[in-house]
Write a protein that binds this ligand. Sequence first.
Ligand code: HEM
Ligand SMILES: *[C@@H]1O[C@H](CO)[C@@H](O)[C@H](O)[C@H]1NC(C)=O
Ligand SMILES: *[C@@H]1O[C@H](CO)[C@@H](O)[C@H](O)[C@H]1NC(C)=O
Ligand SMILES: *[C@@H]1O[C@H](CO)[C@@H](O)[C@H](O)[C@H]1NC(C)=O
Ligand SMILES: *[C@@H]1O[C@H](CO)[C@@H](O)[C@H](O)[C@H]1NC(C)=O
Length: 509
Amino acid sequence: MLKIIVLLAVAVSASHQYEPDQQLLFYSNYTKCPIGILTTTFGAPIEITDATVTLNRSLMRNPFVIEGLQHLVRQNIPERVVHAKGAGGFGYFEVTNDITHICNAHLFRGVGKRTPIAIRFSLVAPERGGTDTTRDVRGFGVKFYTRQGNLDLVGLNTEAFAFRDPVNFSSFVRTLKRNPSTNLRDFNMLWDFALSRPETLFILAIVFSDHGIPASYRNMPGFPIHTYDVRNKRNLTNFVRFLITPDAGTKNLLNEEAMKIAGQDPDYHTRDLYRAISNGEYPTWTLSVQALTPEDVKKADFDVFDVARILPHDKYPPIPVGKLCLNKNPINFFAEIEQLALCPSNLVPYILGGVDKMFESRIFSYRDAQLYRLGANFNRIPVNYPIQTKVHTYTRDGVAPVNENGRDGPVYYPNSFNGPQPYRAKNRQEITQIYEGPSYNFDQLRDFYENQLSAEQRTRLIENFLGTLRRVARFLQEKAVKVFKSIHPDLGERIERGLFGNRKNTCNK
Ligand code: HEM
Ligand SMILES: *[C@@H]1O[C@H](CO)[C@@H](O)[C@H](O)[C@H]1NC(C)=O
Ligand SMILES: *[C@@H]1O[C@H](CO)[C@@H](O)[C@H](O)[C@H]1NC(C)=O
Ligand SMILES: *[C@@H]1O[C@H](CO)[C@@H](O)[C@H](O)[C@H]1NC(C)=O
Ligand SMILES: *[C@@H]1O[C@H](CO)[C@@H](O)[C@H](O)[C@H]1NC(C)=O
């Protein structure tokens, strides 16, 4: 079914280019005349009177009215608890460099080889109708429909995560959401959390810096973050971090521009992506890997598995692998993007996944979220279906879509009646075990502040920090000064001056 959708998209986009506001004109152009007779959902034709006037007639006997009302109140499904606002598209991944000596996953075998992909970009905190230019971390999730099943690299636009212990994740998400009483964003929660898990401040600093608001999704990088355990063509272990860099360059918006845009067009990034693709300006990204041998891991003077850290590029230079290109808009946003179920646990042979606890928690949580918001058969929804493989499972039934539901085959394993059989591996691939300590990344925050920001960028970072810190309780402001001073004296002192500099004129209860 997805194949049909994809083919239609090709046929449609090949005909010509259009602006997002012209989509309906575009539709009426290529359909030429009404596409058919209006029917009920059970396929019966609807008579003109039933569709236009119901006064003085039986409502219960009019399926156009009743189906319309009943379906309307059932059309919403739970939005994603995080990353609810998003946009996405379809295209392909093409191998440009052979990395099978690092990772032998089928999709990497052979320069020039193409694999269909779906990408969903998102904001973390805002609800489904949120504003695109909000200062926030962004999601960058890719589904590769490979010949050995779907591989999902579900990353962010920050090169590290806020902390490494999944025990804190559900609380963290609630601090990003609304205060239960005021129903407003409340920065007391965020700062209270961040200051008690200060490794969070590194990501917070990136988000509050000039890197916090992408100019467009086309100008946004993606980082799957976790250090993945992968196997090469000799089945030897390597570790990689995947990096996705926009070929159009990484570009961001400053506060003032972003706020102006927010007022004019809350869907600015969504529109930009749709427009670029519908006008044939297909955005591309380069996928690369930072590769480490087990010896490199032993030699490293920091924990390369800590998701709160970046792996320095000078030490572990990115090796290009291929290009990601988006050349198709969704034809139906709900079917293809809202129902897209990106799942870090979707892994393929030779890519065993992140070895850390955060990854383990994600293996559980995304499936759980998708079972809740899309139902037991979410992988049978066309956009999630592994179109390049044949699926043979013993699972049956459940809420729709069940598709062929395993037809007339046996429903138990093992069986003597030709049900699907597991394959035999010569060398079973077992994931590497690690032991984890607490995160340490203050050196990175120091380096970011000292060496990666210009004087003006430092000033803007502090202004942006102050914008929210001025709104929180006095004791949190004091704690912030203390924690920031311990990380970087200049940063701490400037925040102190910004908060308390003019003590005489400040009326703090
Ligand atoms: C304890 C760690 C984490 C947990 C439990 C968690 C949980 C979740 C959940 C429940 C969703 C909603 C999924 C859906 O409804 O389809 C989600 C979405 C997402 N998360 Fe996480 N997350 C965690 C950490 C991370 C990290 C470290 C990254 C990046 C490396 C990340 C990137 C994303 C992205 C990109 C999405 C959007 C997926 C989509 O567009 O369908 N998350 N996360
Ligand atoms: C619709 O078709 C007309 C005539 O071919 C063309 O000029 C116009 O650009 C098309 N509009 C869209 C939005 O496709
Ligand atoms: C409904 O019935 C009334 C009374 O017979 C009639 O005056 C009116 O025109 C009818 N309305 C329609 C839309 O047929
Ligand atoms: C994270 O979880 C640990 C264990 O429950 C707790 O001690 C710590 O205070 C939490 N940190 C934050 C910032 O919630
Ligand atoms: C490597 O491992 C895979 C998966 O277990 C197996 O199919 C393959 O035969 C192995 N190759 C070698 C060279 O051992």
